[in-house]
Ligand binder design. Structure first.
Ligand SMILES: [Zn+2]
Length: 327
């Protein structure tokens, strides 16, 4: 097991996919992009620490900063910048400099789309600078305790007080930033139990966090309350709130159109249905992986850091968890 110490002093434990064995009770070795001895998270961290930080203008007052973890959006007002997500902690100074270069305004507010380290890593830095941190209420609970996502090999330590959200909401809230109105919404558990989708108007931008990975298989953090059914439910709500002109900022990957979001949602729904059939017929998780239910999608969606077999395991685990809950 490899252990990384974050700048904030907490630990990210990188275990082999042997963690998946604990969940499934079966011998398992990754056969996808995360090679032997390399977890999904390890592969992701390597990517987040080495990719160039790229700035993309989405509107006259909105930018996307990408490369250092999850996508970050910066919205400028007269004397301030509001950031959505804060990347990984090791690159927060670089992120802050890139934000200032684009907006010429200091960051005064930060919204977290959810609790994961690649979206909240910069919270310690910004929180220590007095930046107001806004999130769905469950993000505060998640960051206040240890996080453990066995299927992808992630354990993350408790965040210090200054990194925690100082403003929280339950279902929705509105934030004005310059000429833009930001509507923050939680549609219930999806990627985690504390996801925020941000609709920005009049710019017509939607920042949707890790509910959408463009274009690769997503992580479904069942351990943090996420579920495949919740992912699809949230995606249906986002599709209902957007149009063909909406610029959709995914948690990872390039800016997308509504059509691309629809294609992703339909892929998730089909994979869910196929795995639901396998669960109903009494297959084990290992047999479900062997059945390769994502086979025809893998060329399009399987090239990210979540290999097809890990994705199948997450969907299977989610369906079992919801079946047990509904009993
Ligand atoms: Zn995430």
């Amino acid at each position: 097991m490899r252990i990384l110490r974050n700048a904030r002093g907490s630990l990210v434990f990188i275990g082999a996919l042997v963690c998946a064995v604990v969940i499934s009770g079966t011998a398992f070795r990754a056969t996808g992009q995360a090679g032997t001895g390399e977890t999904v998270i390890q592969k992701a961290i390597e990517q987040f620490e080495s990719s160039p930080l790229k700035t993309t203008a989405l509107d006259k007052d909105i930018w996307m900063l990408s490369g250092d973890g999850g996508n970050v959006a910066a919205i400028v007002a007269e004397g301030s910048t509001l950031l959505i997500d804060s990347g990984v902690d090791s690159r927060v100074s670089e992120l802050n400099a890139a934000s200032f270069k684009a907006t010429s305004r200091p960051v005064t507010r930060l919204v977290n789309t959810h609790c994961h380290f690649d979206h909240t890593g910069g919270n310690v830095y910004f929180g220590s600078e007095g930046v107001t941190i806004i999130a769905q209420e469950n993000v505060k609970k998640q960051l206040s305790s240890e996080q453990n996502v066995p299927l992808i090999g992630l354990r993350d330590g408790r965040y210090p007080t200054q990194a925690l959200p100082t403003v929280t909401y339950s279902n929705s809230m509105t934030v004005n930033q310059g000429g833009e109105k930001l509507t923050l919404v939680n549609y219930g558990p999806a990627h985690t139990d504390g996801d925020t989708i941000i609709y920005i108007a009049p710019a017509n931008v939607a920042v949707v966090g890790d509910i959408f990975s463009n274009h690769f298989y997503p992580i479904i953090d069942v351990a943090s309350g996420g579920s495949i059914d919740g992912m699809i439910h949230s995606l249906d709500q986002i599709l209902a709130q957007t149009d063909q002109q909406t610029k959709i900022v995914p948690g990872h990957g390039p800016v997308a159109t509504r059509s691309e979001l629809q294609e992703y949602r339909d892929m998730l729904a089909q994979v869910r249905q196929r795995i639901k059939v396998l669960v109903a017929s009494g297959k084990t998780i290992r047999e479900a992986v062997a059945a390769a239910p994502t086979k025809d999608f893998d060329a399009r969606w399987g090239s990210g850091y979540v290999p097809a077999d890990v994705f199948v395991r997450m969907v299977f685990t989610s369906l079992i968890a919801s079946r047990n809950t509904n009993r």
